[in-house]
Design a protein around this ligand. Structure first.
Ligand code: ZN
Length: 417
């Protein structure tokens, strides 16, 4: 699938960056020993893109990528599109449109929103409908290794070997599994938490031919397969068992901790014998004016609508960075107004030709970012600097300081001001 346009990242090689440490939900958020960081981020199901919850998630991994790149590492970045799944088909039926048209339109909108927000595009932006033969082969390998069974014509994954790694208590897991697309009460399953790998053809739904029958893949196996294929290469099903993990960061919103990341990790490990990811990093949820933001409440705020109403994409980005990535937070128009006002202060300072040296400011922002991406503190330092500049007779003017700081903010914070 076509990604969105590549970004130009200004050179920051004259700056010393401390190593990034992230507080991973699972695994180790330390990448200091790596020269290439393999990042997989779970992408959209294209039917309600891009609301601010999505934007916050993709911004989080964009910030992580930018910082790692600034420290001299390469980042191999893969993102999927769940362009076949129950919610997409339900929405297409509800609205009386073809599911492929709905997905295509939403993916176009998502690309435009990511471009406006200065999100670095993935090298591989892969839709599940592009990888059906790979999913088929992976399910065959799981079958050969004894991890699958049939209920009627549907193929399930046997999760029993991985239940010791459940991130939450079993009873809680069952409830969340049911809420997020699982079928715990289906008769014939070995374990209520077993996820579907291949759903046999249902009347009125699209399906693909495979040795497992006509049908379509379950949600979790698509991410196991896309992550492995596009981060490890074509021979991903025969990967060596000597590695400690297959990739370095598995990312997404905190609503993916269970079941999606647990299941896709278990399936990748069942396929290869190696744990999927060195670290699991999750972004918090975004609410609106004191309420959870959700499609059922009908209060989703869309990036495209904000942009159409004339709001500045850089202010949206800045506003989302005013909270810590892992925190659940509330959105309101006041937060966007705060961002617009602070950006005006910073732009005004950057335009001055008589600024002092900015190395101290850059170093303090770097320390904030290296400490689990503490963007609230970084932006506070930046804004405070812009408001509290002493008069030029109190310091030595550093020619080009404004340009130097602007290039740093563009490269590391993604703020082109
Ligand atoms: Zn995923």
């Amino acid at each position: 699938m076509k990604s969105w346009p590549a970004l130009y990242l200004p050179d920051t090689s004259d700056i010393d960056f401390p190593e990034l440490r992230l507080n991973a939900d699972r695994g180790i958020g330390d990448f200091s020993d790596l020269t290439n960081v393999r990042l997989y981020v779970c992408g959209i199901t294209p039917y309600d893109a891009t609301h601010l919850g999505h934007a916050a998630t993709y911004l989080t991994f964009d910030m992580i990528s930018r910082y790692l790149i600034a420290t001299g590492k390469e980042v191999s970045f893969v993102e999927n599109i769940t362009d076949i799944d129950d919610p997409l088909l339900e929405r297409a039926t509800r609205d009386g449109i073809d599911w492929e048209d709905l997905a295509g339109n939403q993916i176009d909108l998502f690309r435009a929103d990511m471009t406006a927000l200065h999100i670095i595009p993935p090298q591989s932006f892969i839709a599940v409908t592009e990888v059906m033969p790979l999913v088929e082969a992976a399910i065959s390998q799981l079958r050969d290794r004894g991890f699958t069974y049939l209920v009627d014509q549907d193929t399930y994954f046997d999760i029993s070997s991985f239940l010791g790694d459940l991130p939450i208590p079993y009873e809680q897991a069952l409830a969340i599994f049911a809420e997020r697309g699982g079928d715990p009460d289906r008769v014939g399953k070995r374990n209520q938490l077993d996820p579907i790998l291949w759903l046999s053809h249902r009347e009125g739904e699209p399906s693909w031919p495979s040795v497992h029958g006509m049908g379509r893949p379950g949600w979790h196996i698509e991410c196991s397969v896309i992550a492995l294929r596009y981060l490890l290469g074509e021979n991903f099903l025969t990967v060596s068992g000597s590695k400690s993990s297959l990739i370095d960061i598995q990312g997404g919103g905190s609503d993916l901790v269970f079941p999606h990341h647990f299941m896709s990790g278990a399936q990748a490990q069942a396929l290869t014998g190696v744990p999927l990811s060195r670290s699991y990093i999750h972004g918090g949820m975004v609410g609106l004016d004191g309420q959870k933001m959700s499609k059922s409440l009908g209060n989703l705020v869309f990036v495209s609508k904000l942009l159409q109403s004339g709001r500045d994409a850089m202010a949206i980005r800045y506003a989302l960075l005013l909270d810590h990535y892992a925190a659940d937070r509330m959105w309101s128009d006041e937060i966007l107004q705060t961002a617009e006002s602070q950006i005006a202060d910073i732009r005004s300072a950057l335009s001055r030709e008589d600024l002092p040296d900015v190395t101290g400011l850059i170093n303090s922002i770097n320390l904030d970012l290296a400490d689990d991406l503490n963007t609230p503190s970084a932006l506070a330092h930046l804004h405070q600097w812009s408001k509290e500049l002493p008069s030029p007779d109190q310091y030595v003017i550093s020619p080009g300081a404004g340009g130097r700081l602007a290039r740093y903010l563009d490269a590391v914070l993604g703020l082109a001001l």
